[in-house]
Ligand binder design. Structure first.
Ligand SMILES: [Zn+2]
Length: 317
């Protein structure tokens, strides 16, 4: 059985697998599972899908790995669906894999994927990126070796021996809004006109609510009240967990104190659907936060109203 959340889920969340944590140390079971398994390659941070326009994951069979230029790539057990074991495959950047399909960035195609399949690819990406970045011990600098079917790395130094587990970095993302207007900001590196919810990493010593209040104050100089949790989203770029919040403004004057944003402004619903800003991609929890607020006015529906305009990014943005 797979434990599944009952609420409406965000894209990339809700992996449809039994993670079989109890099997990760079982070498005999793993050998049999690999022989019949499906492998999800991740190369240079990109996932393998059938095609960019109609993305579906490509699960490479064990006997196809050689022909696809994927033989010898380290694998990580993701879990089991029915009798089928699924593995992430860490393809080295210097390799030249040649499987059928296209390697694509999940941020561009995530919302075109079936939700279960998107979650599966996000899990694969998160595990491969963690694995690639933890080949050395963060305590002593010694080399690490894989254990627990890829879910741990052990320091090989006899005097250290630290065990390292996959990391998830909590980040808050928040829509500050009253009934009429919401606060959005833009970073200089984004496409022209793009605005989104404010976000930032949780710092040591902070609660999530502390982080929400600090980030909004640092980035926009706005005070907040009534901070409440909305939902979360795994965001494996490379290892974030986005914790989505709503908050009401306690003050309205904008003062970009830390210069992290290029601009921050209040937007009404009419401005949002009138093309005053380019919204974040639908795959993101940022879109979901804006949508929930927008739709809270009776008769309004962002997905329908924003779809009518040419400014809505449909993919790859
Ligand atoms: Zn060590």
């Amino acid at each position: 059985m797979t434990a599944r959340a009952s609420h409406r889920r965000n894209f990339l969340a809700g992996t449809p697998l039994d993670r079989v944590g109890e099997r990760r140390g079982d070498a005999r079971w793993l050998a049999a599972a690999r022989a019949e398994g499906r492998f999800l390659p991740v190369w240079k941070g990109r996932n393998l899908v059938e095609s960019r326009d109609r993305p579906r994951p490509v699960g490479v069979r064990a006997e196809q790995l050689g022909d696809a230029g994927l033989a010898g790539c380290p694998d990580i057990l993701l879990g089991v669906s029915g009798n089928q074991a699924w593995f992430a495959l860490a393809v080295p950047a210097e390799a030249s894999p040649s499987p059928a399909g296209e390697f694509c960035d999940l941020r561009g195609i995530g919302h075109l994927l079936d939700p279960d399949e998107g979650a599966l690819l996000a899990f694969a990406r998160a595990m491969v990126l963690w694995d690639e970045r933890h080949t050395y011990c963060g305590r002593c600098g010694g080399a690490t070796s894989v254990s627990e079917a890829g879910h741990a790395r052990d320091c090989t130094s006899r005097t250290c021996g630290a065990r390292h587990f996959p990391r998830v970095d909590p980040a808050i993302i928040v829509l500050v809004a009253d009934e009429e207007r919401c606060l959005l900001g833009r970073q200089a590196a984004w496409p022209e006109g793009r605005y989104s919810t404010l976000a930032g990493f949780v710092e040591p010593g902070e609660s999530l609510e502390d982080a929400v209040a600090r980030e909004v104050y640092e980035e926009a100089g706005v005070g907040t009240t009534d901070i409440s949790y909305q939902s979360s989203q795994p965001w494996p770029f490379p290892s974030s967990l986005m914790l989505g919040y709503r908050a009401r403004p306690a003050t309205y004057d904008i003062d970009r104190r830390d210069s992290e944003l290029d601009d921050a402004r209040w937007f009404s619903r009419a401005e949002i659907v009138g093309g005053a800003c380019l919204l974040p991609p639908p795959v993101s929890i940022a879109w979901r936060l804006i949508e929930d607020w927008f739709d809270s006015e009776p008769g309004r529906r962002l997905a329908t109203e924003a779809d009518a305009g040419p400014w809505l990014p449909r993919r790859d943005s």
